[in-house]
Design a protein around this ligand. Structure first.
Ligand code: SAM
Length: 278
């Protein structure tokens, strides 16, 4: 049966009403994806008919969304900071709260040449965005997952000052950095919120019984990789700031400072390496 654009959007919205918090937006995004048209075009051409092949393609995407798959995996992209990033099920979907690490970094560090490493780079959201904002810096993005690194590499096309390396935290990293930045896995293994994140790789999410295993491992192995007066910056869970501050202070870091995101949730900590034993 021939359907119009408007009818397809209306049906898709109805089908997603019980599973998605944003059924209308999702319907527009998925119909846009199949028809390769903007949302404005869909609205202006609501009476235009859609061929049966495209109707079937839309229905297949709506079924995936209905099963709970995040829209970013269905479309294969997610916007972060100033650009769209390819995402696959091998990568965490970049989150808006992680933009806090961008804001802190750009506010604190000027354009002078620096060496920066982004540990657990995933799609490369932080590494690529920083490289684009600071062409004078040399950024290394690392991940334990070769599949995630292939996605990051694709996201970095045409950006010359970012490179990637497969490494479990510092195991294969040489040299020292002025800034170590990381949004590591930090969710507790038994956290009930993990059910809602089941489409994302567990490797990108969980950080042991208290969620802090990765942050501990990075702090314990970073000393020799920080330049004198270097800095380390972490994203962490909303209830982990005090613990992260303590871990950094116990490890000899100074000027340890916490930050909250736009929702007022404690979300990031930065510290300096001035008195570290190496
Ligand atoms: C929370 S995700 C962050 C991804 C990306 N930086 C972002 O902010 O969107 C954590 C990343 O750490 C990586 N990871 C997990 N264990 C690791 C390890 N031992 N060494 C390096 N990377 C690791 C995961 O593969 C994942 O890409």
């Amino acid at each position: 049966m021939t359907e119009t654009v408007g009818e397809l959007i209306r049906q898709s919205k109805e089908q997603l009403a019980d599973t998605s918090e944003t059924p209308q937006l999702d319907s527009y995004l998925l119909v846009s994806e199949v028809l390769s048209r903007s949302r404005a075009w869909l609205i202006a051409h609501a009476d235009e008919s859609v061929c049966s092949v495209d109707q079937t393609r839309v229905q297949a995407l709506i079924a995936r969304r209905h099963a709970g798959e995040p829209i970013a995996y269905i479309r294969g992209s997610q916007s972060f900071w100033q650009r769209d990033f390819y995402v696959t099920p091998d990568t965490l979907i970049p989150r808006p709260e992680t933009e806090l690490l961008m804001e802190i970094t750009l506010a604190r560090f000027d354009r002078q040449a620096r060496k920066v490493v982004d540990l657990g780079t995933g799609t490369g959201a932080l590494a690529v965005s920083l490289a684009a904002e600071r062409p004078e810096w040399q950024i290394l993005g690392t991940d334990v997952s070769a599949d995630a690194l292939a996605v990051a590499q694709k996201n970095a096309e045409a950006i010359p000052n970012v490179s990637f390396l497969q490494s479990s935290w510092f195991s294969d990293i040489q040299g020292q950095f002025d800034l170590i930045i990381s949004n590591p896995p930090y969710i507790r293994n038994a956290d009930p919120h993990l059910e809602a994140l089941k489409f994302e790789p567990a490797r990108a999410l969980t950080g042991g019984d208290d969620g802090l295993d990765c942050i501990r491992q990075i702090i314990n192995s970073c000393h020799e990789h920080l330049a004198p007066r270097g800095s380390i910056l972490f994203e962490h869970g909303y209830d982990q700031q005090e613990a992260v501050v303590q871990l950094l202070e116990k490890s000899g870091f100074t000027k340890v400072e916490g930050f909250s995101d736009l929702q007022g949730q404690p979300r990031a900590v930065i510290a300096r390496s001035d008195n570290l034993e190496r």
